[in-house]
Write a protein that binds this ligand. Structure first.
Ligand code: ZN
Length: 268
């Protein structure tokens, strides 16, 4: 029965989701993501085994810390459930079933999950801090290099294109590092470009173009919404001010995941 397989896949997805929430909180705060035991950010209470179970622990604890009763943000629950759903959709898109468990498909799906994990963490941190976290970009580049090595072994057809994208990414990263050192500030736009290049390799040209179109639509709607708000409240908001608050990395990443699933199902 494939339904059991998909229940396991959903649970795996919620576990990933639980890790994403942890990484989104810890990476910008410079807390170790692998060694430090999970804790309540309010009272530092160390979470027990049952408090670490995704989704269920939130429901049984009523969305509150066991010790200090501080409310846990529903964001945690939402990310866990959504990541479970996305993993199920991806597995279905890849036609995973008991009778169709090919090692090649599983490796491809594995790389995609590693890539998407980076994208989700980038999106979460960008939404919170409006910053594309460099360490996560390095992580994605590492996965990219591994993916290219894997393709070298199994299928060389697209290899030069991927190496070209990787080279451009590296050049941008070097420029970014130099600008960063000189001006002592992060360059958001360059980080977005690097993110786009990584997207092309893992999700393909078509998905990336659709991603950019969807992101542009969201940005236009966002600006219109803010303009209307300023018109109603009669407080003039500068267009530059609106644009400097746009979480482009977040919109791009979410659009990318949606478009990837969309295209996967078109070919199903
Ligand atoms: Zn607490």
């Amino acid at each position: 029965m494939d339904i059991f397989l998909y229940i396991i896949i959903f649970i795996m997805g919620t576990l990933f989701g639980s890790f994403y929430t942890l990484a989104i909180y810890r990476i910008p705060n410079k807390i170790d993501i692998t060694h430090t035991h999970s804790f309540c950010p309010n009272c530092n209470h160390k979470l027990g085994f049952f408090e670490l179970i995704p989704v269920l622990s939130y429901i049984f604890l009523g969305g509150k810390c066991k010790q200090c009763k501080q409310k846990i943000r529903p964001r945690y629950l939402i990310i866990e459930i959504l990541s479970g759903i996305v993993l199920v959709l991806l597995a279905k898109g890849f036609n995973i079933s008991y009778s169709n468990l090919q090692i090649h498909t599983l490796i491809e799906l594995g790389f995609l999950i590693l890539y998407l994990s980076g994208i989700v963490i980038i999106a979460g941190i960008d939404l919170e801090k409006r910053k594309i976290e460099k360490s996560v970009i390095y992580y994605a580049l590492g996965i990219l290099v591994l993916y290219i090595i894997y393709l070298c072994i199994v299928d060389r057809t697209n290899i030069y294109r991927y190496i070209m994208y990787l080279s451009i990414t590296l050049i941008l990263l070097i420029i970014d590092t130099i600008i960063l050192k000189k001006k002592a500030k992060t360059s958001y736009t360059l980080s977005i470009l690097i993110l786009l290049l990584i997207m092309v390799v893992f999700t393909g040209e078509v998905v990336t173009i659709l991603t950019v179109i969807m992101t542009l639509l969201i940005i236009v709607l966002y600006i219109l919404f803010n303009k209307m708000k300023s018109y109603k409240s009669k407080v003039k908001i500068n267009e530059k001010d609106i644009c400097s608050k746009l979480n482009i990395g977040f919109y791009l990443s979410i659009s990318n995941i949606l478009m990837l699933i969309n295209v996967l199902y078109m070919y199903l």
